[in-house]
Design a protein around this ligand. Structure first.
Ligand code: NDP
Length: 292
């Protein structure tokens, strides 16, 4: 068997076009959707991510404001900046690029963002809303994965879904979303005994670990749908430094039924879902204003 390769980049293009149409409609109704992105320090990977987010906004008709703050920014200064953006009616979404410098408490910062502008979906109010089944903003990566599964026509009700990784931004919300779609969900992590046995049971396997190519063909059930969230750099060999996922793509391709590539799978969908969340925030704000 050779797996179908799911083209996340093409699906993301479609979603961006839909966002563009929604943004134009909202502008015509006198609201310009706006996203503020805060970058503290000059981490090179973060700078690239932020640049891409700003570019995506421009292409979709969303106004973006990039706020660069120096690496020695105090927590108080960052919180004050967030307060100002919370109060700014032209800003509908606020995103603080993680990780933050050591002197800043990440959790404090996330909780300072107004929940109705928390387009990353990391605020405890949004995490709780997801947990209790009435989500407002879904974290972009698991949201993107759900869109990929929907687009690929994967039947989730009753399916065995295994999520490898339990971070607050990917693994846990991913598991919750799969559960809401009636999959039977297992969450694996670094203390899981016999990871391979769990993975082999999966009809849908989501790898969100951060370890290059750790999911190998012998860990995959024939015909399974494999979603690779990982973004790693190949440590050595002729392709050293190139981007790769948590899944050994070439090996798993021969066993799985469908698989997302890295790059070109979950990554572009994560970016696209940020635009969707920002549009939703802007549309809700416009509806609130109209209802006054
Ligand atoms: P974290 O480091 O926060 O979490 C990694 C998880 O993997 C942890 O729960 C950890 O377990 C688990 N883990 C580590 N080693 C093993 C192991 N040997 N066996 C089983 N589980 C293990 O990472 P993130 O969730 O933030 O990100 C995961 C990956 O996804 C990274 O490569 C990241 O770059 C990528 N990513 C990609 C995005 C995209 O847009 N494509 C967006 C966000 C992330 P424990 O909890 O026990 O430590």
């Amino acid at each position: 068997m050779t797996a179908t390769i799911i083209d996340g980049a093409a699906l993301a293009r479609r979603i961006r076009a839909e966002v563009g149409a929604r943004a134009a409609a909202l502008r015509a109704a006198s609201t310009q959707p706006g996203l503020a992105v805060i970058l503290v320090g000059d981490d090179s990977a973060s700078s690239v991510y932020v640049r891409n987010k700003v570019k995506d906004c421009e292409e979709s008709g969303i106004r973006s404001v990039l706020e660069r703050m120096p690496a020695d920014t105090t927590q108080a200064a960052l919180l004050a900046r967030i307060d100002a953006l919370n109060a700014d009616p032209t800003i509908h979404g606020i995103l603080v690029q993680l990780p933050l410098p050591r002197q800043i408490d990440e959790r404090r910062v996330i909780e300072a963002i107004a929940p109705d502008k928390d387009v990353d979906g990391f605020h405890v109010a949004n995490a709780g809303a997801l947990m209790t089944g009435s989500p407002r903003f879904l974290p972009c990566t698991p949201y993107g994965v759900m869109k990929i599964l929907e687009h690929a026509g994967v039947e989730l009700a009753g399916a065995e879904a295994v999520v490898v990784g339990r971070s607050n931004i990917v693994g846990k919300p991913q598991a919750m979303l799969l559960l809401q779609r009636n999959a039977t969900v297992t969450i694996c992590h670094s203390r899981t005994r016999d990871l391979a046995a769990h993975c082999r049971r999966a009809d849908v396997l989501v790898a969100a670990v951060g370890k290059a190519r750790m999911i190998t063909a012998d860990m995959v059930k024939p015909g399974a749908v494999v979603i690779d969230v990982g973004m790693n750099r190949i440590p050595d060999g002729p392709n050293a430094g190139k981007l790769c996922g948590d899944v050994d793509f070439d090996g798993v391709l021969a066993v799985a039924g469908a698989i997302t590539p890295v790059p070109g799978g979950v990554g572009p969908m994560t970016r696209a879902m940020l635009l969707v969340n920002t549009m939703e925030a802007a549309e809700r704000a416009a509806a609130r204003t109209a209802g006054r």
